[in-house]
Ligand binder design. Structure first.
Ligand code: NIG
Ligand code: FE
Length: 412
């Protein structure tokens, strides 16, 4: 075997670096798992080109996409609830009748860890085939220590098995499990005193989330979870102001939360609290569409206040059974009025911030991790414009092509 060149070159590519699209064709040189150089292609000498293995010439490169809010690990499906909603039942009606999240809890409790893995793998592979290189996965369908640990272990195992970075979030406060029916505070005690310490001890969660809503947990209950998480050194985030305004976002801001997610009912004070604390607003247009919501998250106010906006799938069996992040780009523009550039920033740089990984992921520059996608398009805006699978030409994860192949047929 001959020694392989240590440097790889993507030549004459259009680069969206996480913030903007460079106006001229660029050269991207990767060495090991990092970007060594990102410079205008015209500035690369013939010698420098000759020292590199050509991986592709032309096309559009974006940072690897980051889906910063998913409930990807689950068992079963809730197609019957889809039919019920089409016939007029609301998400809250279905939850009140013991369906919704609790119906997935029953399926997850009945599934083995291996079964969870097998059911989740195709969803994760679908995201990867759409350009995702980093994904956040929440627990929250186990709601007992044992079943929450099982979900988190399944998520971590998928991250070791596949070329994708998996971050895990403990969402014990997602719904009230039946064995605590009528005793929500006792369940919060269980989360704070037993579940969270065990999850932290096992090193199975990167963050802690709560569902602050009239059908889930009150701000006071969420606050107790945040206090326990903070004591354990875990960052927090929140599902907030999705179906009503509970002022959960302002609460989360007091705990320097990474993000507040959904936000259709966010008010001015909530926007100000987010801006003040530096939180990310994670927009979830798949849930908005699926639940046929009509109230929009306050995008102009968030934009005006300089709150970074991420966009994610919220991929889950109930409110957003959608496992295609590029579709969310289109929906964020069409339904919420974000610009295509904001949308692409929302699945790169701002999504990295929502995971506490700003400066490490979601950007392309010298020294950054070489997680990126080469697309068969002319302009990054096309990612939001057309809903069209099959445009991913190469997916590069930590410097290795994990989808597609080198395309050095075009002589530079
Ligand atoms: O983000 N809002 C709460 N949780 C999920 C829905 C989970 C489910 O319906 O299974 C969400 O929309
Ligand atoms: Fe969610």
């Amino acid at each position: 075997m001959g020694a392989s060149p240590t440097r790889q070159l993507w030549d004459r590519v259009t680069v969206f670096d996480g913030s903007r699209t460079w106006p001229q064709p660029m050269a991207v040189i990767v060495s090991d798992e990092r970007i060594e150089r990102l410079i205008p292609a015209s500035e690369l000498s013939a010698d420098q080109r000759a020292g590199c293995e050509l991986m592709a010439s032309g096309g559009v490169i974006t940072p690897g996409l980051i889906d910063c809010h998913t409930h990807l690990v689950f068992a079963g499906h809730r197609a019957a609830e889809f039919e019920q909603r089409l016939e007029g039942a609301s998400y809250a009606d279905i939850a009140a009748a013991g369906g919704g999240i609790l119906s997935t809890v029953r399926a997850v409790r009945a599934a083995s860890e291996d079964e969870l893995l097998d059911q989740t793998r195709p969803r994760l592979q679908a995201l990867m085939a759409d350009g995702v290189t980093t994904v956040e996965i929440k627990s929250g369908y186990g709601l007992s220590l044992e079943d929450e640990l099982k979900m988190l272990r399944a998520a971590c195992r998928l991250g070791r098995e596949l070329p994708v970075r998996v971050l895990t979030t403990f969402l014990g406060a997602h719904a009230l499990p039946p064995e605590f029916s009528g005793r929500p505070d006792a369940y919060i005690d269980e989360i704070c005193e037993r579940m969270l310490p065990a999850v932290a001890e096992a090193g199975l969660a990167d963050a802690v989330d709560v569902f602050c809503e009239h059908i889930a947990f009150s701000p006071a209950q969420c606050e107790r979870v945040f206090q326990a998480a903070t004591r354990l050194g875990l960052p927090v985030k929140i599902h907030a102001e999705q179906l009503s305004n509970q002022h959960g976002t302002a609460l989360a801001a007091r705990f320097s939360a990474l993000s507040a997610d959904h936000l259709e009912w966010l008010d001015e004070a909530g926007v100000a609290a987010m801006a003040e604390s530096g939180m990310v607003a994670t927009l979830l247009p798949g849930a908005f569409l699926t639940l046929k919501e009509t109230r929009l998250p306050p995008i102009p106010a968030l934009r005006e206040a300089g709150v970074p906006m991420a966009v994610a799938t919220d991929g889950n069996p109930g409110s957003s059974p959608m496992f295609q992040l590029t579709l969310m780009l289109n929906l964020a523009c069409t339904l919420f009025g974000v610009t295509p550039t904001e949308a692409v920033q929302g699945v790169t740089r701002h999504a990295a911030r929502a995971l506490g990984l700003q400066g490490q992921l979601g950007e392309l520059a010298a020294g950054k991790m070489a997680d990126f996608c080469l697309w068969r398009i002319d302009d990054p805006v096309e990612l939001a414009y057309a809903v069209q699978p099959g445009r991913l030409q190469q997916r590069v994860f930590a410097g290795e092509i994990t989808h597609g192949a080198p395309d050095s047929g075009v002589t530079p």
